[in-house]
Design a protein around this ligand. Sequence first.
Ligand code: GDP
Ligand code: IMO
Ligand code: MG
Length: 425
Amino acid sequence: MNRCVVGLQWGDEGKGKVVDILAEQSDVVVRFAGGANAGHTVVIGDKKFKLHLMPSGAVRDDACCVVGNGVVMDPEIFIQEIEGLDKQGISMDSRLFISENAHVVLSYHKLEDSLREASLGKNKIGTTNRGIGPCYSDKIGRSYAIRMADFRDLASLKDKLTKIVEYKNKIFSALYDAEPIDVDSVFESCKVYADKLVKYVTNTTKYLHEAIDDGKNLLFEGAQGALLDLDHGTFPFVTSSNASALGMAPGCGVPSRLVDDFLGVIKAYTTRVGAGPFPSEQDNEIGQLIRDKGNEYGTTTGRPRRCGWFDGVVVKYSAKIGGIDQLAMMHLDTLSGMKELKLCKSYIVDGVETDFFPSDAKTLEKVECVYETLPGWDEDITAISDYNDLPANAKAYVDMVEKITGVRVGVVGVGPGRSQAIFRN
Ligand code: GDP
Ligand code: IMO
Ligand code: MG
C-alpha cells in the first residue's frame, strides 16, 4: 500500500502528525517538494520534534527516509536535524537517502531571499527567508545551480562556486547595493557539508523503484499546501515548488498511479502565514480565539498565523486537483467551546455565486464568502478515540465538511499527540 499525504490549505495542516502515524505501516517515507521552509511537528508523549527537511517518519527508527530530487536541500539545517535526532537516540545511519539531483540551498540564496523581500516593501510575499525561491530559480535557470552530487567532487565544486558567487555579487551590488560575499567562506562551509552528507547521497529514484519491486510500503510526505502550489495556488503569494499532490511524481520519480491512497490533510478551520488572499479570514476576536486555542504560531518562523473559518471552496478545489481519496481533518478539538461555527460553501464573485476556486489573485481579493452556520459543542473531545463518541454537533460539523467538499473525512484529529487521531476506516 503506497500513500501520499499532502496539505490542502495554505500549509501547517498537521501533515507531520499524520505522516508519523501512518509511518508505522510504512517502510519508506519520502519528502518530494519544498525545503526548510516546511516545519512539521510530531508530538510523542512529552517530546516534540520539529522537522524541516527530514521526513517525519524519521522519528520511527525502523522507517527509511528519502529526500527526493524535488526538495531544495539546506545542508546546514539538515545536518542540525540529523545531529539533533542523534542526540535524542534516533540514528539515521543506514536509513537515510538523499537524492543526488536535489538542489542545494546555500547562504547566498538566503541572503537573496531577504534582500528581495526587503526591497519589495509592502508588496513582499512574506517568505520564510529560507532561500527557497532563489534556489528554485537557480534550478530552473540551470547555469548557476549546485546539486547534492556536486559535493562528491570538491575541486569542480570550487570552480562552480567561484563563477556563481561572481555572478551573484554583481546582482547583489547592482540591485541591492549589498556587500560582496566571499567565495572562500561559502566553499569552506561546503567542505563541512560534503564531509557529513556525501555518505547519504544516492540515486533515490533507483532506490525507490527497487523498494516498489520488493513490495515495500511507501509513504510520500508533501510539504506546504495546495494553495501554496506555484502553478495552482494563490500566485504570487505561493512557494516556489509544486506543493500540491501534483508535485509528487516529478519530485521523486515515482508515477502517481502507483499511489493507492491520496490523503489530504486539512484543519477544521483555515490558517495562513505570510501575505496573500484569504477569503474566510477572521482578522478579529474570532481569529484570535482560534489562534490562542490552536496555538497558531509558525513552526519555522514563529510568526502568528492568520486564522479564519473553514473554507470548503478551497478544500474542494485542492482535493480535485490532487485526486484526493480522503480527508484527514485535524484540530477538531480546537473548535470545542465555540458557540457557533461557520463553514464557507461558496463565493460571490461580482454578484455571481460560484463554488469553484478562482485562480486569479485580483478576483480572489474581492470574493465574498457564503457560509453555513452550525451550533458548536462544549465537550472536551481530546480523549475520544471512537468516532461515535464525538458530540452530535461535532459529527454534524464533519458531515458538513464532507457535504461541501464532496470528499469523505477518514481521519479526525482531536489533539497534537500521536494517539489523538480517530480513524474511521
Ligand atoms: P504541518 O506543517 O502540516 O506538519 O503542521 P505544523 O506542525 O506546522 O502545524 C500543525 C500544529 O498543529 C502542530 O503544532 C501540531 O502539533 C498541531 N496539531 C496537529 N494535529 C492536531 C490536532 O488534531 N489538534 C491540535 N490541537 N493540534 C494538532
Ligand atoms: P509546511 O510544510 C505554511 C509560506 C510562507 C510564505 C510563502 C512563500 O510546514 O506546511 P517561501 O519561504 O516558501 O518562499 O514562502 O509560503 N510557506 C508556508 N506556510 N507552512 C509551510 O510549510 C510553508 N512553507 C512556505 O509563509 O507565505
Ligand atoms: Mg508546518
